[in-house]
Design a protein around this ligand. Structure first.
Ligand code: PHE
Length: 358
């Protein structure tokens, strides 16, 4: 009897020592010590043994059960540690691996791309980039730019005025607005930099307009060159270089007389159409871009009016000695022409199907 117990114990200890997983160990615990296992059965049978055997057999069986329980516990700890180690190794996150799915690279909005493209052209021509405030004074937006007191752009129906601006001096009431063009920076820049000056000014502008071809907020790029001996030919050469860089090397430009309060003479500038042959498409239909005229209007420009220089004489600008040219273009317009976009609102809808094409 005692031999059988010793055998059960030794066999059990060997199987426990060989166990590799906690599941295996649990099976062993049930097989060796569970209700249907042999050793507990033996213990239950001790009562039926002759009295002189009960003591030794009972002791041996208890001792064997204790040994198995201790071995199960030790093995349990060993296996748990090994399993934890294995899990830590396999669960290690490799942060150098690319995310899945690979995130698609982003891109700049078309308006930003076109703005930068235009900036690059003018930087190549020797211009500096300046930026100015979007909240502007009536003085810089209109007065210093030679606008007649009755000029229609001054009307509240055309321009966003700021009724009150926290912290602004009282005398500014009704004198602050959202700039309607980037031209106020002409005067601000000349007050900050003595002649000669060659700058472009990209930025947001605001007008009380909203329809298919107008949004209340849009973007312009202003250009200003003032020095001695600047002529209309410099304006034309500069804008020809710009037009060829943006719209293709075969472009021509033409100047048409126009009016702006702060340039004299003033012109509108057209670029030769890059979409058609003499106003006709391949199927002989009328070109929709130039409407068959072979010319596309791209911007307003002119020679800086001496009256504007009169506002910056304190910084060395002499209307008798200095001349200059200025121009202003809409970035949206350039982008739409260049990429054949028919609806201005597409630029602001943020529909990825549209934006991802550029
Ligand atoms: N500021 C004018 C506009 O917004 C454009 C312009 C700029 C014209 C500079 C002439 C010179 O329409």
């Amino acid at each position: 009897m005692i031999d059988a117990i010793t055998e059960l114990r030794d066999a059990g200890l060997a199987r426990i020592a060989a166990a590799q997983t906690s599941a295996e160990l649990e099976q062993l615990r049930i097989a060796l010590l569970g209700r249907k296992a042999e050793l507990p059965n033996l213990l239950r049978g001790v009562a039926e043994l002759p009295p002189e055997q009960r003591g030794p057999v009972g002791r041996a069986a208890n001792e064997a059960r204790g040994a198995l329980e201790a071995a199960l516990e030790t093995a349990g700890a060993r296996i748990a540690a090994a399993e934890l180690e294995a899990r830590l190794l396999s669960d290690r996150i490799d942060i150098t691996l690319p995310a899945d799915p690979l995130p698609r690279p982003g891109r700049l909005h078309l308006l930003t791309q076109v703005r930068r493209e235009i900036e690059d052209v003018f930087i190549g021509l020797g211009f500096r980039i300046e930026e100015g405030p979007e909240i502007e004074s009536v003085y810089f937006n209109f007065d210093a730019l030679n606008h007649d007191p009755t000029h229609p752009a001054r009307l509240e129906s055309d321009t966003f005025y700021l009724s009150e601006l926290p912290g602004a001096p009282e005398e500014m009431a009704g004198r602050l607005l959202l700039r309607t063009h980037t031209s106020p920076m002409q005067v601000r820049a000349m007050l900050a930099t003595p002649p000669p000056i060659a700058i472009i000014v990209p930025g947001r502008v605001y007008r009380r307009d909203s329809d298919v071809t107008h949004t209340p907020q849009f973007h312009q790029i202003e250009g200003l060159v003032v020095a001695e001996d600047i002529t209309l030919a410099d304006l034309k050469g500069t804008l020809l270089a710009f037009s060829r860089a943006i719209f293709g090397p075969d472009r021509e430009i033409r100047l048409r007389p126009h009016f702006f309060p702060f340039t004299e003479p003033s012109v509108e500038v057209d670029v030769s159409c890059f979409n058609c042959d003499h106003g006709r498409l391949a199927d002989d239909s009328r070109c929709p871009l130039c409407k068959g005229t072979t010319w596309i209007e791209i911007l307003g420009a002119g020679m800086v009016d001496p009256n504007v220089l009169g506002h910056v004489t304190a910084n060395g600008y002499d209307p008798e000695r200095h001349q200059g040219f200025a121009f202003g273009m809409g970035i949206e317009r350039i982008a739409m022409l260049k990429h054949g976009i028919g609806d201005l609102r597409l630029l602001y809808d943020n529909d990825l199907r549209f934006l991802e094409q550029f």
